[in-house]
Design a protein. Structure first.
Lengths: 114, 113
């Protein structure tokens, strides 16, 4: 089946620093999604990308849909303590018999030191 | 709207016991999903449903069963609990399968001893 490799596995940064993480796949996806999970909670959607090459921002977050459709990147600028959590990428092939099933990366654990 | 709700929040089972994890959504979503999350791993799809009366297997369905008698509810059944089923279980729903946004519940943490 499809596999996603997400890196880095964890990051320890100082408040104010920028953060970059990425996800690569063994096969193409039509949609890339980035979720954040706070402790004890379910994942919450941050950004959705629907087109190869697309660059989308949501506040301090910027994500890109790789041109090959096999990768995606998430950047967080000027990190703050509430950015702490686990960030997941997910690929989706919508339509047909996929029924919107998501394939998740392993997650990036982000720790921000004040 | 409450969104996606799950009960219980936490449960300890003995090997061989059975239980049902409840999931309810009040957004009138057609599509519902069950995922499990193991430590250090992403979420893996167990079962999904595209509407009342229709369910299908995901990536890791063994040891689980589901039913979808109403649009709102999508319970997950463990018949003979095994230690390998120790995990955090998330239910999710979406209006359609095509636009990416799945809304997740808060999760059920299950420990099988």
């Amino acid at each position: 089946g499809q596999q996603l490799n997400q890196s880095p596995q964890s990051m320890f940064i100082q408040e104010g620093e920028d953060v970059s993480m990425n996800c690569t796949s063994s096969s193409i996806f039509n949609t890339w999604l980035w979720y954040k999970q706070d402790p004890g909670e379910g994942p919450v959607l941050l950004i959705a990308l629907y087109k190869a090459g697309e660059l989308t921002s949501n506040g301090r977050l910027t994500a890109q849909f790789g041109i090959t459709r096999k990768d995606s990147f998430l950047n967080i600028s000027a990190s703050i303590p509430s950015d702490v959590g686990i960030y997941f990428c997910a690929g989706q092939n919508a339509g047909g018999t996929s029924y919107g099933k998501l394939t998740f990366g392993q997650g990036t654990i982000l720790t921000v030191h004040p | 709207n409450a969104g996606v709700t799950q009960t219980p929040k936490f449960r300890i089972l003995k090997i061989g016991q059975s239980m049902t994890l409840q999931c309810t959504q009040d957004m009138n979503h057609n599509y519902m999903y069950w995922y499990r999350q193991d430590p250090g791993m992403g979420l893996k799809l167990i079962y999904y449903s595209v509407g009342a009366g229709i369910t299908d297997k995901g990536e890791v369905p063994n040891g689980y069963n589901v039913s979808r008698s109403t649009t709102e509810d999508f319970p997950l059944r463990l018949e003979l609990a095994a230690p390998s089923q120790t995990s955090v279980y998330f239910c999710a729903s979406s209006l359609t399968s095509g636009v990416g946004t799945q809304y997740f519940g808060p999760g059920t943490r299950l420990l099988v001893l």
